[in-house]
Ligand binder design. Structure first.
Ligand code: UD1
Ligand code: MG
Length: 459
């Protein structure tokens, strides 16, 4: 879930830095295309920029990972990316966006694409400083262990004198716990004017974005810090850090859902997606996984060990335990989808039941219909998919195979074990299985014969 979009007083643009290599992820997938809560880190950063009301968003990408640029352009449009090649520091990265923002009048916020917990709400206090008259504002945090971060050199009243990078810091500066998150905002013209004066005569030989603060202060511009909780500005540099950020996100979202009235007896075992919607009054039992695109209405119960994605669960429906709802599963109110039932692209009517061991793929099930155990919608012939429609109040006998395309009418029945290949009219019974034959006494005789043979051998 993202914060609601604000309407800023002055126009806003964002420059999202994503040109780092991300080598510590040790993955062929670029770092910022890894997912948190089912959404890429890049998309989380774009969500934050959009949530702040940024009307222009520029993503700075490296030449080494074209997929990042593709992903950004796919979402934001063809002009949304600039390439920084080679990467010569954060200041140099922001300068890469200079031409793209040349005609923009307003404030620019610089963020990192690898900080998925830095939402619009987390960044908002930075703009309070800008609105309050700051020319340059930096989002800081108090670090538990400040090693590695740029230190904020502050004067009373959140006045920011300069930022000193770890590699440039003397012993006294290293004691400073106020650190730079990396998020900075300034008027566009002022920012690029200051950046033009940033030099790389430092320990890393890089153009530090953070140097604009000292330059602005020297020019008697107003420079201020705002603060955010440390956990909300953590970057992701390794798989372990990605998992840690995921855990923080999951807990926060579960807590928010519980505040809204969702019952979760074991919240730590429930995994949500960025867009999971669960109404207050719903129950989510242990070990339930929500992939993207799920909505659950009030009164519904999602029982333990169920997996849902791209599905909608109506009011007071019962799902699971061990149910699998795949994209396009639309479960009507009061319907039951039981253990080991898989539903894909099927609309299940109000009060319908499929309680055991079934595959329902492509089609519909009418209100109050009952799908017997082991029913399969045979939807695929190896080349194409076809639909199965089961009418209102129909009764599908256990272990029926409904070979699509096929329709079972309202109130119709199919006998257990039937392979239904032709439409069944309303109210009819369809039987498609061999007639049963009875051979009286056959089993008794058979056993006696076999036993006699066995006894003869062992003598
Ligand atoms: C930076 C800040 C530091 C801050 C820390 C917070 C500077 C000089 N330092 O340090 O004050 O405490 O982040 O995590 O700004 N990037 C580019 N192009 C580049 C270099 C970096 O796009 O040429 C991107 C990276 O992909 C990353 C971000 O900028 O998303 C930060 O880069 P990183 O190298 O991690 O900076 P730090 O040294 O950690
Ligand atoms: Mg870093």
């Amino acid at each position: 879930m993202t914060d609601p979009v604000v309407k800023p007083i002055r126009p806003r643009a964002a420059v999202i830095l994503a040109a780092g290599q991300g080598t510590r992820m040790k993955s062929p997938t670029p770092k910022v295309l890894h997912k948190l809560a089912g959404r890429t880190l890049l998309d989380h950063a774009i969500d934050a920029a959009e949530g702040l009301g940024c009307e222009r968003i520029i993503v700075v990408v490296g030449a080494h990972s074209p997929q990042v640029g593709e992903a950004a352009r796919k979402r934001l449009g063809p002009d949304a990316t600039v390439i920084q090649d080679p990467p010569l520091g954060t200041g140099h990265a922001v300068l890469a966006a200079k031409d793209a923002l040349a005609d923009f009048e307003g404030d620019v916020v610089v963020t990192y694409a690898d900080c998925p917990l830095t939402t619009a709400g987390v960044i908002a206090p930075l703009f309070d400083q800008i609105t309050g008259g700051a020319h340059v504002a930096v989002l800081g945090f108090e670090a538990h262990n400040p090693t590695g971060y740029g230190r904020l050199i502050l004067a009373p009243g959140h006045v920011l004198l300069r930022i000193v990078e770890e590699k440039e810091a003397d012993l006294a500066t290293k004691q400073v716990k106020h650190c730079n998150s990396g998020v900075l905002a300034a008027d566009r013209a002022i920012l690029f004017d200051l950046l033009a004066n940033v030099r790389n005569d430092n320990a890393k030989g890089e153009y530090y974005l953070t140097d604009v603060v000292g330059l602005a202060h020297d020019r008697k511009l107003v420079t201020r810090a705002a603060f955010a909780p440390e956990a909300s500005v953590q970057g992701v540099n390794s798989q372990a850090e990605l998992a840690a950020a995921e855990a923080v996100w999951q807990k926060a979202r579960r807590d928010a859902l519980m505040v809204e009235g969702v019952t979760m007896p074991a919240p730590d075992t429930v995994h949500l997606s960025w867009d999971t919607k669960i109404a207050g009054g719903a129950v989510v039992e242990q070990f339930v996984v929500f992939g993207p695109g799920v909505g659950v209405e009030s009164g519904a119960v999602i029982k333990a060990f169920s997996h849902l994605e791209g599905a909608h669960v109506g009011e007071c429906a019962l799902i699971g335990p061990y149910a699998r709802l795949r994209p396009g599963a639309e479960i009507g109110p009061e319907a039951h989808i039981g253990n080991f039932v898989e539903v894909k692209k099927v609309k299940i009517g109000k009060g319908a039941k499929a309680n055991h061991l079934s595959y329902l793929g492509d089609g519909s099930v009418g209100e109050k219909a009952n799908i017997g155990a082991g029913t399969i919608f045979c939807n695929y012939d190896g080349f194409e998919k076809f639909e199965t429609h089961v009418g209102k109040g129909a009764f599908i006998g256990s272990n029926s195979a409904l070979v699509a395309p096929v329709r079972v009418g309202d109130g119709a029945m199919t006998g257990s074990g039937s392979v239904i290949t032709k439409d069944v009219e309303d109210g009819a019974l369809a039987l498609a299985r061999p007639e049963q034959t009875i051979k009286a006494g056959w089993a008794t005789k058979f056993r006696a014969l076999k036993q006699a043979k066995k006894d003869a051998k062992t003598k």
